[in-house]
Every structure is written in structure tokens, then in C-alpha cells.
Design a protein around this ligand. Structure first.
Ligand code: AN0
Ligand code: CP
Length: 318
């Protein structure tokens, strides 16, 4: 594996999950792989889980880790080529990237959708510049259109908690006061479409995700109907994808907030969310605090998904 930006980079998903469970049981057994190697994590956006779990994964592998917050202490970066740089950005990303590449062996990048230009976001301009110009293996720590470390951790968690061979997994939109990217639901759909699950997506009309990720998945606009018999409920807010509403909030309808009312029609479903979560917007206190909620073990598995990905990138570079 030379880059990690979506589910296809993992190849055989069953084998990847098996490897993840093996790594989870023996996470300190691969130190030789990362000794004298450096992991650089570059953040254009805030993070709690990704920052800590990915750094921990690097340390488990014996690596040295460095973290750069582009917007706190680094020079502001111009990302568009051809701009006359007479504004507030002293450095161009086309110099910054190869310089960063010179100091490390593997690079993780977090660069969210900016919602200014759909084509800029959906062509993964920033992530692809890192891939093209750093000269080093690059992985996404949530880029404009995907969050594959999260979705891989979600799949590992579903494997650990499922009670039947082909569980029903429901991705539900839920309200949020700020416009959020589609990266998390895109990657979740991408993974669930490849996994052995009965996958349903539910959201209000107007919140359709990109076909690139939804592919053939069933979309049900009636949330309660979608929840019937579900084994896993995966809640997430996202802003509209379709034109002319790209990046806009179309609904704040709190009847979509996941509560005991909807959980009651499920098959005693487990509740999942990538976190950070706004309580009583996305999910009620009662549901997230109930024994059905597996958000903490889900977050803990971020260390494992990151370790498998970095391990594979190191192995390929040997
Ligand atoms: C981000 C998002 O929705 O993409 C990160 C989630 C992992 N969430 C927020 O910005 C609140
Ligand atoms: N789930 C997740 O990626 O969380 P952070 O934004 O805190 O890294």
C-alpha cells in the first residue's frame, strides 16, 4: 500500500479486519518496522481522536512522531497555483509539501472540505498535492471527501459487536447547528457497501450523498422505517451535497435526533457515532449513555485502524 485514501487501498476487506484484530491483540509486536522512521501528521483542522490515536499507532510501531498544525504556528499556506501572493499567506503549499516530505517517512493529512468550491473539494486537491509532491507514503486523516481511518475503525467495531452474520446497519442523518462535511458518511457508505452487511441510509430529502459513495445502497426517507430491525445505528450530520445547495444546511428538524423513540423499533441496536458528538442534537443523553452505545470502543479502535494502515505503508516502503 503506497497511499491510503479510500476502502479500495485495503484490498481484501476481510483480510484487513483479520489483520486489525491480530494487531489489536499484539500491538507492540511490530516495533522493528518503525524504528528510526518518522511519522509526520499535518492538520489543517482540529482533532482530538485522530491526533492521539494516530500518534499512538505510530509509537506502537516504534516510530518517532511529529505533529504540525498548519493554522497554529506554521505559515499560512496558499493552495492555489498561479495566485499573486500579495495577501496574508507567506508560503505556497507547493514548497511546503516537499519540505515536509524531506523530514519524515510517512505523512498523515487532515484537510476538510472547505465548502467554497465543490470541484476543489471533490477532486481532493490538497490531499492529492501531498501524494504528488511529498515523495512519501501519504494517508488521509479525514480529507475533503472521506475519512477512511474512521470507517475502517467502524467496520472493526461492527465485526466485534455483531451478533449475526449479516447485520442490518443504518446510517442516519441527524441535525446539527453547523454545516459539516460529507467525509464521514461517504467513507462509512464506501466501507459498508463492501462489507457483508444489510446497509440502509436514511436522511431528509435534499441530503442525498454522492453516487460515488452511495452506489447501489438502499436509501429510505422515513427514518423510523429505516430503523426497523436494525442491529447498528450509525448517526452523523452532514451538509447538503447536491447543487445548488452544496455545503448548505437544509434542515434542523430535531425529530431526527436519535432517541429512545427510534431505538425502540430496532433489534436492540448498538448506537455508533465517530465523535465529537453534540448531545441532544445528534443523539439524546439517554441513548449515548445507554449500554447500547459503543462510541467509546469505536473511538478506541481508531488506534488499531491507524496502526494497520501505517504498518502496511511501512511494509510497502521496505
Ligand atoms: C468533523 C466532520 O463532521 O467531518 C469531524 C468528524 C470526525 N466534525 C466536526 O467538525 C464537528
Ligand atoms: N472521529 C474523529 O476523527 O475525531 P477527531 O476529529 O477528534 O479526530
Amino acid at each position: 500500500m503506497r497511499t491510503y485514501t479510500n476502502v479500495k487501498d485495503l484490498g481484501d476487506l476481510k483480510a484487513a479486519v483479520k489483520e486489525a484484530l491480530e494487531v489489536k491483540a499484539n500491538r507492540y509486536s511490530y516495533k522493528a518496522l518503525g524504528t528510526d522512521k518518522t511519522l509526520l501528521m499535518v492538520f489543517f483542522n482540529s482533532s482530538l481522536r485522530t491526533r492521539l490515536s494516530t500518534q499512538k499507532a505510530g509509537m506502537n510501531l516504534g516510530m518517532n512522531t511529529m505533529v504540525l498544525d498548519i493554522n497554529q504556528g506554521a505559515w499560512k499556506l496558499e493552495t492555489e497555483r498561479g495566485v499573486i501572493m500579495d495577501g496574508d499567506k507567506p508560503e505556497h503549499i507547493l514548497e511546503a509539501i516537499p519540505v515536509m516530505g524531506a523530514y519524515c517517512d510517512v505523512i498523515g493529512v487532515r484537510a476538510f472540505a472547505q465548502f467554497e468550491d465543490k470541484a476543489f473539494d471533490y477532486s481532493e486537491t490538497i490531499l492529492n498535492q501531498f501524494i504528488q509532491y511529498s515523495g512519501k507514503p501519504v494517508f488521509s486523516m479525514e480529507a475533503a471527501t472521506g475519512h477512511p481511518l474512521q470507517a475502517f475503525a467502524d467496520l472493526i467495531t461492527i465485526e466485534e459487536y455483531k451478533k449475526k452474520e449479516r447485520p442490518k446497519v443504518v446510517l442516519t442523518w441527524a441535525p446539527h447547528p453547523k454545516a459539516l462535511p460529507q467525509a464521514v458518511p461517504n467513507s462509512f457508505a464506501d466501507f459498508m457497501n463492501e462489507a457483508d452487511v444489510d446497509f440502509v441510509i436514511t436522511h431528509p430529502e435534499g441530503y442525498e450523498l454522492s453516487e460515488q459513495f452511495v452506489r447501489g445502497a438502499r436509501v429510505e426517507y422515513d427514518q423510523l422505517k429505516a430503523f426497523e430491525g436494525a442491529d447498528f445505528i450509525y448517526a452523523k450530520n452532514w451538509a447538503a451535497f447536491n447543487d445548488p445547495n452544496y455545503g448548505k444546511i437544509l434542515s434542523t428538524d430535531r425529530s431526527w435526533t436519535v432517541s429512545d423513540r427510534q431505538m425502540a423499533v430496532t433489534n436492540d441496536a448498538r448506537f455508533m457515532h465517530c465523535l465529537p458528538v453534540r448531545r441532544n442534537m445528534i443523539v439524546t443523553d439517554e441513548v449515548i449513555e445507554s449500554p447500547r452505545s459503543i462510541v467509546i470502543p469505536e473511538a478506541a479502535n481508531r488506534e488499531i485502524s491507524a496502526q494497520v494502515v501505517i504498518k502496511r505503508l511501512l511494509e510497502a516502503a521496505q
